[in-house]
Write a protein that binds this ligand. Structure first.
Ligand code: C5P
Length: 411
């Protein structure tokens, strides 16, 4: 993998969301991605070239054709000096120009002249976004190979509600990172990896279900970290509120049985990481109608055992993944219980964590303290953010399964 920092050309259009582009420059810098900014004339009404230059640590190019700018770096060179062009906010006007090949200012000329992929983060009023002309331009840009992130749905600066709000800087930075990861050769390039994440919901009747407190954060972070190393990741996830990582194949399910089916459909894989908090039991009968209190209601819930995905994959006779990783959430004797579980399920590694309630509870929280249990013994990892646990685990997985690929993704 290249260690050179990636560079983007950030074109900031004239929308109120331009202020978020300043935060985007910082967010990208945190991920070691450098920005060089082009500000349209309208963009410069919302943020100043000085702010953009100060945050990016580079000259900010404005729409005014300036002989000094052209002498320093011509617009053609500017448009090709980056690894990716990001347009944020991408206004209706900028996208209309790009979709129709109009080049009458620095930003639109750079978009015409670039030989690099372009990622648009649209931002406009909901009615403008829904206007057929805007949608036509988006479709045309997509068919020309452009990438898109957002827009999100929500309250807008103009007071209306709906789709059109620019994606948050973190979301745009995730999309940029996912693009680079997808195109970078890493230690997991060519390796297919299954990750299960989140809780499962087991229906009792049309309105009620049994679930658990899993947020999906750790599994999502693992999927992103594996993707960052070049892995071809299938993420089978139960219902969560966290945005899923980009650049992975996402399969949404609700129940344990659906998770089992989706996981089996993802096979064969080189590695399976079963991070999901799968319900061990489901109500044995799912009522077609809402269960009424007046009719005696619920005094007990008869249950049936759910299939064990980790165990099934670990004990496959044919096409067992080279490495199967399970998770063990425990509240006491964490390592001992996890070691027993590793043997019982037949997986290679077990990542064990303490989920006792408290200030530092891993379930739903941002940090995690884990033990990695392998044939070689137990390792206690210090408490760290879930993203770091994910990176550390992903690089261990990469070491363990690098070498010739054993399986091919299903056609
Ligand atoms: O037995 P327990 O639920 O504690 O085991 C946890 C591990 O087993 C996790 O890796 C979890 O994803 C996996 N598991 C599974 N299918 C189940 C239950 C647990 O894959 N039905």
């Amino acid at each position: 993998m290249t260690t050179e920092p990636k560079r983007i050309l950030l074109i900031v259009g004239g929308g109120v969301a331009a202020y978020k582009s300043l935060e985007l420059i910082r967010e990208l810098a945190r991920r070691d991605i450098r920005s060089r900014v082009v500000l349209t004339k309208a963009g410069a009404e919302f943020i100043t070239p000085l702010a953009a230059a100060s945050l990016s640590g580079d000259k900010c190019y404005t729409d005014l054709f300036d002989l000094t700018d052209e002498a320093e770096m011509g617009h053609i060179e500017l448009s090709r000096s980056a690894d990716l062009v990001v347009v944020a906010p991408a206004t209706a006007d900028l996208m209309a120009k790009a979709a129709n090949g109009i080049a009458n200012d620095l930003a639109s000329t750079a978009l015409m002249a670039t030989d690099k992929p372009v990622l648009y983060a649209p931002a406009m009023n909901v009615r403008m976004w829904e206007n057929p002309a805007a949608q036509r331009n988006v479709e045309r840009l997509k068919s020309d190979g452009a990438l898109f992130v957002g827009p999100d749905e929500g309250e807008m600066a103009c007071g209306e509600y709906g789709p059109g709000r620019m994606a948050e800087p973190v979301e745009i930075a995730d999309a940029v990172e996912a693009h680079f990861a997808k195109n970078a050769a890493g230690p997991l390039t060519g390796k297919r990896i299954l990750v299960t994440a989140g809780p499962t919901h087991e229906s009792l009747d049309p309105v009620r279900y049994i679930a658990n407190r899993s947020s999906g954060k750790q599994g999502y972070a693992i999927a992103a970290a594996l993707r960052n190393l070049g892995g071809d990741v299938v993420l089978v996830t139960g219902p969560t509120n966290v945005p899923p990582p980009k650049g992975v194949e996402l399969v949404r399910i609700e129940t344990a049985r659906e998770m089992m089916e989706a996981s089996q459909n993802a096979l064969p894989v080189d590695c399976a990481v079963c991070c999901a908090a799968v319900a061990d039991y489901r109500p044995s009968i799912e009522s077609e109608h809402k269960i009424k209190k007046e009719r005696g209601g619920l005094t007990s819930i008869p249950v049936a055992e759910n299939p064990d995905i980790l165990k099934t994959i670990s004990q496959l006779k044919n096409g067992r993944p080279r490495l199967v990783v399970g998770f063990a959430a425990e509240t006491d004797d964490v390592v001992t219980h996890a070691e027993v579980k590793r043997k019982r399920k037949g997986c290679d590694w077990m990542v064990a964590n303490d989920v006792s309630p408290g200030e530092h509870c891993a379930m739903g929280g941002e940090r995690n303290t884990v033990y990695l249990i392998t044939d070689e013994g137990d390792e206690a990892w210090p408490e760290m953010p879930k993203a770091e646990v994910a990176q550390k685990l992903a690089s261990r997985i990469a070491k363990a399964i690098s070498g010739p690929t054993l399986v091919k993704a299903a056609e």
